[in-house]
Design a protein around this ligand. Structure first.
Ligand code: GUN
Length: 356
């Protein structure tokens, strides 16, 4: 029988113990924007820090690169991460997809994880959050708070994820207030603060009194604050930027996912199944609801949220019509993931046409 009070290695010389100890797993993060105080990249970085705490500094060591464009630069940066010994690499922006897939084929002993895309490889998976679940709830609050019945939406690129958000938000808003209209301005950038500011000002000029955004900055929240309007920021809680204007915030929480995947990689049990997380996974939270949202609307939203979390409510439940009157989902049907993933239209209530 061994002496349980002593670790088995206690008798070994220090040098041998050291050789036994595994080096921490090197993990790389590729960011499209600066981390900044709030925003999309900040949320990924909070997730990275959370994961280190959970998994342990002796088990993982991380690096990140900010401001990586969705061009061949991404390939260069990620290749450098591989050369630096990173064995697990998280690419956090949609436009890294093809570069990551190419590199995954070149470096089969490195694990690649791509946020928000749809391409994979034997050593590359995807992860994402069903943002549209939170968007529906946020839309309910916006529909309840607006006085002008015009809601402004600053959007980056017309990819299905962003259209899911616009449409779920609009459906939520219309469920409270059938008279609302959602006006969208496309910036064609994830991170362009001046464009976000200009877009927000334009929407306010068009009568919007509640704004939201899918872009990565806090500029829309800031513009709402300056103009004395309301805002439901996306990505982060932006109370620091918009203490009066923010009436709620839809916050993304990537930490538990990063912790789980780093732990799996450390344990040699990395799972390459693509995941699309739900509100109920703790990946989303609607925070900081103020009394500018009528109490009865908050109550209705809480009821819908409770159903959503139990899997009893899907934001895209028919009948759904596009904004040209065409039925896109039959009454009573629930939209399947394939139709969600190829969404390319505006629902009734959104003004204008989706850019090509
Ligand atoms: N890259 C930066 N921000 C985003 C985002 O919100 N969604 C996707 N798909 N990619 C991004």
């Amino acid at each position: 029988k061994g002496d349980a009070s002593k670790p088995a290695d206690a008798a070994k010389p220090a040098a041998a113990q050291k050789a036994d100890a595994k080096e921490p797993l090197k993990v790389g993060f590729v960011y499209v924007a600066p981390i900044a105080d709030v925003g999309y990249t900040k949320q990924h970085d909070l997730g990275r820090l959370y994961a280190i705490e959970q998994v342990g500094k002796d088990k993982v060591t991380t690096t990140f690169v900010e401001n990586v464009p969705e061009t061949a630069d991404a390939e260069r940066v990620i290749r450098q991460m591989v050369n630096d010994g990173n064995k697990l690499i998280f690419g956090t922006s949609f436009g890294y997809m093809n570069y990551m897939q190419k590199l995954a084929k070149e470096y089969p002993d490195v694990k690649f994880e791509h946020a928000t895309g749809y391409k994979t490889a034997p050593n590359m998976t995807t992860y994402n959050i069903r943002f549209y679940e939170g968007r529906y709830l946020a839309g309910m609050l916006a529909g309840g708070a607006t006085k002008s019945n015009i809601i402004g939406y600053v959007a980056p690129f017309p990819i299905p994820e962003v259209l899911q958000g616009i449409n779920a938000f609009t459906l939520g808003a219309k469920s409270i207030n059938p008279n609302i209209q959602v006006k969208v301005i496309w910036t064609n950038a994830w991170y362009d603060p001046p464009k976000d500011t200009d877009s927000a000002k334009t929407l306010i000029g068009q009568g919007a009194d509640v704004l939201t955004q899918h872009t990565n900055t806090s500029a829309v929240a800031s513009a709402a604050e300056s103009a004395g309007k309301m805002v439901i920021p996306y990505n982060s809680n932006m109370k620091s930027v918009a203490p009066n204007a923010q009436i709620a915030a839809l916050v993304l929480n990537w930490g538990p996912y990063y912790a789980k995947k780093m732990q799996q990689a450390v344990d040699g049990k990395w799972d390459k199944t693509p995941v699309w997380m739900h509100y109920s996974d703790g990946a989303l939270s609607l925070e900081g609801i103020t009394d500018k949202v009528p109490a009865d609307v908050v109550k209705k939203m809480e009821e819908v949220k409770a159903k959503l979390v139990k899997g009893e409510f899907h934001p895209f439940t028919g009948p759904i019509k596009d904004n040209e009157g065409k039925e896109t989902l039959k009454s009573g049907d629930v939209m399947n993931d394939k139709d969600l993933s190829t969404m390319n239209y505006y629902v009734d209530g959104v003004i204008g046409k989706v850019p090509n």
